[in-house]
Design a protein around this ligand. Structure first.
Ligand code: PEP
Ligand code: MN
Length: 336
């Protein structure tokens, strides 16, 4: 981090600033030039608050040179992190597909979908029990009953389960869930992220609708700073000016996240596209861009789905998608 001082800054204020920086546990390098005087901050600056420094009257500007995230940063952890979920290893150079309905609607619906996705090669079963809907009048999910059905279906077909948490008060109810999903709308629910940092469960963190890559990684940092290294990042599309897709899949986020961070990155093409026909091309793009897996919405009868039917594949379409994904993964020289 570099602190640029104002021209003719008061010597007393500069001394006070240097003393203030000293208390932050970083070294300083004072460099007086003919035009500009700067103070270089050397060491771990992730805990240094730029705004506090900017508030000092002697300071003209403050610039970060290294990223504000440390635990999630590849710079300090060059090798890829592998998140273990039962026998599944996410991020180990293999490619894993998570599939299941947007929301759990009934035992019959869930077990039909669970069997079908397992049969086609999915490695984890997803299903929403608590749904973050834009309207309070839309189907909100079967809640605790949905959670019970998901755990039972996962056990019956032999797949670990992924489901979305709404708030930290639910953590005890999620004790048997294999992967806890943090939805796009909760990406900056910092109290929740902190609590998830206290457990050791794998967390599938979805990118917020308008979150920058840095904000996304700072949310992962919240979980990791609390002591939980098991974070899987999920790109699910962002809001742009385009109205012909539900969200714009930010494909560049995949190589960017993999360069900036050692965490595994998966892609959710279903929520990005909002249309079932686009799921396959976006899936292939995700593999080509280097993603570690996909999360796909599958429904036994998409037309009658209580949530996200338009973007859901039926079991047959999912089977075809898996064949296409498998050949693309092989083409990239990777394993499923
Ligand atoms: C979901 O996965 O069902 C979901 C609600 O996704 P997102 O948080 O990305 O909108
Ligand atoms: Mn959905």
């Amino acid at each position: 981090m570099v602190v640029i001082l104002k021209k003719n800054a008061d010597a007393g204020k500069i001394r006070a600033l240097l003393q203030q920086i000293d208390t932050l546990g970083v070294q300083t390098n004072y460099s007086e030039g003919t035009q500009t005087t700067v103070i270089g901050l050397i060491g771990d600056t992730s805990r240094v608050d730029m705004d506090t420094l900017l508030a000092n009257e002697a300071v003209e500007d403050v610039k970060r040179i290294t990223e504000p995230y440390k635990a999630a940063n590849r710079r300090f952890h060059p090798e890829d992190t592998v998140v273990a979920v039962g026998d599944v290893r996410v991020g180990a150079g293999t490619f894993n597909v998570i599939a299941g309905p947007c929301s759990i609607e009934s035992e019959e619906q869930l077990t039909t979908v669970a069997r079908a996705v397992k049969e086609s090669g999915a490695k984890l079963l997803r299903g929403g029990a608590f749904k973050p809907r834009t309207s309070p009048y839309s189907f909100q999910g079967l809640e605790n009953e949905g959670l019970r059905l998901l755990l039972a279906a996962g056990k019956a077909v032999g797949l670990p389960v992924v489901t979305e948490i709404m708030g930290e008060s639910q953590l005890d109810d999620f004790a048997d869930v294999d992967v806890i999903q943090v939805g796009a709308r909760n990406m900056q629910n910092f109290r929740l992220l902190k609590e998830l940092g206290r457990c050791r469960k794998p967390i599938l963190l979805k990118r917020g609708l308008s979150a920058t890559i840095e904000e996304f990684l700072m949310s992962a940092e919240y979980i990791m700073a609390g002591g939980n290294p098991n974070v899987i990042l999920c790109e699910r599309g962002i809001r742009t000016f385009e109205t012909m897709v539900r969200n714009n899949l930010d494909i560049s986020a995949v190589p960017l996240l993999k360069r900036q961070s050692h965490l595994p990155v998966i892609v959710d093409p279903s929520h990005a596209a909002g249309m079932a026909w686009m799921v396959e091309p976006l899936s292939r793009a995700a593999i080509a861009a280097g993603a570690d897996g996909l999360m796909i919405e599958v429904h036994n009868n998409p037309k009658a789905a209580l949530c996200d039917g338009a973007q859901s594949l039926d079991p047959e379409e999912f089977g075809r998608l898996m064949a296409s994904v498998t050949s693309r993964v092989a083409f990239e020289g990777r394993r499923m």
